[in-house]
Design a protein around this ligand. Structure first.
Ligand code: SAM
Length: 260
C-alpha cells in the first residue's frame, strides 16, 4: 500500500537513530526534509545516499501535492525534520494531513524528542494522581508582551491541572525568558541543555533564580534548551501573602481562623 513514513531522527547524538529508522530510510526512493544540507550530513553519517526534497513552511503548499502524487504513483518516501520528531515544533503536519486526506497511510517511526527526553530526566513523578501529566507549549511567541501573555496562559493552564509544562527556547531568548519568569509567581524548573550532546547539562532551580544563574557563566547560555516547569503544591505555611491574590488570601485567612 502507498504510505508516507514519518521518521524521527536524533536531537544530538547520532547513535540515537533507531535500527528501524535506518533500515526504513535505506529503502526510500526519496526523503522529504527541512534543510537538505543538514539532512545530507545526517544521511552521510549513516552511510545512506538518497534524493532529498526540501519541504519547509515557505514551499509546503506547492510541494505537498507533488509528494502526494509521487506516493500515489508508488514511490517510497519518508519525511524527516532537522532534529527529533517531525511535526513537534517542526514542519511535517501539513504534509501528514494532506497524505491522510488523500486516503494514504502514515507510518510513524518513533524516536528522539527533546520534550520527552527532558521530562524523563527531570524526575517527573510517574503514576501519581496529578503530576504525571504534562503540557507542551513548544516555542513561545518571539515578541515581548505577546510572549509574556502566552507564558502566563500556559503556566495557568498547567498549574490548574497540576501538570508539568514543557517549553522550547532558542538560546538568544533565554535571558529574556528568565526575566519574564521572574515577573510571574515562583515555580521550580528543570533546565535541560544540549540533551544527548557533549555539553549536556541538567539543572533544577527556582524559576526566579534563572536569570542570575544564567548570568553567572556565559557558557550557560550556549546550546539548545528545553525547560520543564514543575507544578508546585500550594504551600500555605510558607507562602508569602504578598504573592497571593485576594481570593486565595481570603481562603487562607478563613482556614487559619478555623485552626486548619
Ligand atoms: N522536533 C524536535 C523534537 O522532537 O524535539 C524539536 C525541534 S525545535 C525546531 C528545536 C528546539 O527543540 C530547540 O530550540 C530546543 O528548545 C529543543 N531541542 C532540540 N534538541 C535539543 C537538545 N539536544 N537539547 C535540548 N533541547 C533541544
Amino acid at each position: 500500500t502507498h504510505c508516507l513514513y514519518v521518521v524521527a531522527t536524533p536531537i544530538g547524538n547520532r547513535g540515537d537513530i533507531s535500527l528501524r529508522a535506518w533500515y526504513t530510510l535505506s529503502l526510500m526512493d526519496a526523503i522529504a526534509c527541512e534543510d537538505t544540507r543538514n539532512s545530507a550530513n545526517l544521511l552521510q553519517s549513516l552511510g545512506l545516499h538518497k534524493p532529498l526534497v526540501a519541504v519547509h513552511e515557505h514551499n509546503e503548499h506547492s510541494q505537498t501535492p507533488l509528494l502526494v502524487a509521487r506516493l500515489q504513483a508508488g514511490e517510497r518516501i519518508a519525511c524527516i525534520s532537522d532534529a527529533g520528531t517531525p511535526g513537534i515544533s517542526d514542519p511535517g503536519a501539513h504534509l501528514v494531513a494532506a497524505v491522510r486526506a488523500a486516503g494514504l497511510r502514515i507510518i510513524p517511526l518513533p524516536g528522539a524528542c527533546a520534550a520527552v527526553t527532558a521530562l524523563s530526566a527531570s524526575g517527573v513523578p510517574a503514576g501519581t494522581a496529578h503530576a504525571q501529566g504534562f503540557v507542551f507549549a513548544g516555542f513561545l511567541p518571539s515578541k515581548g508582551r505577546e510572549r509574556l501573555t502566552a507564558l502566563q496562559a500556559w503556566i495557568a493552564q498547567a498549574q490548574a491541572a497540576q501538570h508539568n509544562l514543557v517549553i522550547y527556547e532558542a538560546p538568544h531568548r533565554m535571558a529574556d525568558l528568565a526575566r519574564q519568569l521572574a515577573d510571574l509567581p515562583p515555580l521550580t524548573l528543570t533546565l535541560a541543555r544540549e540533551l544527548s550532546k557533549q555539553f549536556e547539562h541538567l539543572h533544577t532551580l527556582p524559576s526566579h533564580d534563572l536569570a542570575a544563574w544564567l548570568a553567572e557563566d556565559a557558557q550557560r547560555l550556549r546550546g539548545e534548551f528545553a525547560l520543564v516547569l514543575h507544578p508546585s503544591p500550594v504551600r500555605a505555611a510558607t507562602a508569602d501573602a504578598g504573592d497571593l491574590d485576594e481570593a486565595t488570601r481570603h481562603t487562607l485567612t478563613v482556614l487559619l481562623d478555623e485552626g486548619l
